[in-house]
Design a protein around this ligand. Sequence first.
Ligand SMILES: Nc1nc2c(ncn2[C@@H]2O[C@H](COP(=O)(O)OP(=O)(O)OP(=O)(O)O)[C@@H](O)[C@H]2O)c(=O)[nH]1
Ligand SMILES: [Mg+2]
Length: 296
Amino acid sequence: MFKSGFVSIVGRPNVGKSTLMNYIMGEKLSIVSNKPQTTRNNIQTIKTTDDYQMVFVDTPGIHKPKHKLGEYMVNSAKDSTKDVDLILFLTNPDGELGKGDSFILESLKGKQCPIFLVLNKVDEFTQDKVAETLSKYSKAFEFDEIIPISAIKGKNVDTLLKLMVDKLPEGPKYYPDDMITDVQERFVVSEIVREKALRCLRDEVPHGIAVDIIRMKKNEKGIYHIEADIICEKDSHKGIIIGKNGAVLKKIGETSRYELERFLRTKVMLKLWVKVRKEWRDNNNLLKELGYKNVK
Ligand SMILES: Nc1nc2c(ncn2[C@@H]2O[C@H](COP(=O)(O)OP(=O)(O)OP(=O)(O)O)[C@@H](O)[C@H]2O)c(=O)[nH]1
Ligand SMILES: [Mg+2]
């Protein structure tokens, strides 16, 4: 019997949703950073084996939105839980059940599909905290399974995967065997640059940046020429992104190029510019241009 189904991964920002999906896929398809609100779109990846096909939806962290981009992100995450076969609710075992998680759990009440509680980052917390968290969460919501894991170390992820496969219904192959994601190459390229920028920047800037690929062309020698704008909200941010003597921008460029070459499996020439677009996160037209589709 062949099994298949859709699995949505939801939770607050920064709990490790993208890290978990990448680990299960064995490939980095969704960007990761230690800053909250890293993922901005639902990113679908597909794992196909002889026995099953699982389609994962990595989602933006659910938070209180402060601008249109935030609303788009939270709506995307919530939409992902409609019509799926399984929901993984991720959180961290810090012993608390705060407002953010209560809000998400409230929105999951009444869903027909199984819901797992996945306590990620057990490597960072004591056994006591894990136990305390388990008891608080299992009182607040009736989960179908509860699994403590470490997505970064892969601890217990095999067990989680087995439990997930158990819950999958019998079904067809929705996608061809060799398809691992539904996102376009150009999107991954812009995300790689955004991730490197997030990682090179101080806390006040990251939420306010976007990356726009303005050119991406392979020449006859197989070398990719890529040009991209890093868009920020303020002149002062532009200065920070460029850095003293261009040092920060250079580092963003170098680290991006390294990963882009691995991803595209060829040499890459990368040019980056920094542009200021005041309040772009509240500008519908700019949001659409930047690929945040269906902004209301
Ligand atoms: N110690 C530890 N850190 C982890 C683990 N999983 C993820 N992280 C770290 O937590 C941070 C956030 O990880 P992400 O995967 O980007 O989290 P996310 O839930 O996708 O975040 P958003 O996209 O912002 O909603 C990164 O610095 C990860 O390296 C884990 O199991 N243990
Ligand atoms: Mg993420």
